[in-house]
Design a protein. Structure first.
Length: 75
């Protein structure tokens, strides 16, 4: 998962970051965070799948998680 790698690199540089993923990828992300020394790093889990959503539906899904995202990157 390149997203985990990117999130870790941002964090190492002092830039707060979080990861958006769908439930199908949660375990992989947890293991990769652990392997990179960031066990327990926060992430935001969207419902799976999202690939079949229209842009408006995807917007509606992601807007439900804005507060979580802000909370995670301003911790």
């Amino acid at each position: 998962m390149c997203s985990v790698h990117d999130t870790v690199e941002f964090e190492k540089r002092g830039i707060p970051a979080t990861l958006f993923l769908t439930g199908a990828f949660t375990n992989a992300a947890i293991h990769q965070f652990r392997g990179k020394g960031m066990d327990g790093h926060p992430y935001i889990e969207l419902p799976h799948p999202v690939s079949n959503l229209t842009p408006d539906e995807m917007r509606a899904v992601t807007l439900r998680f804005v507060d979580d995202m802000v909370r995670q990157i301003t911790r």
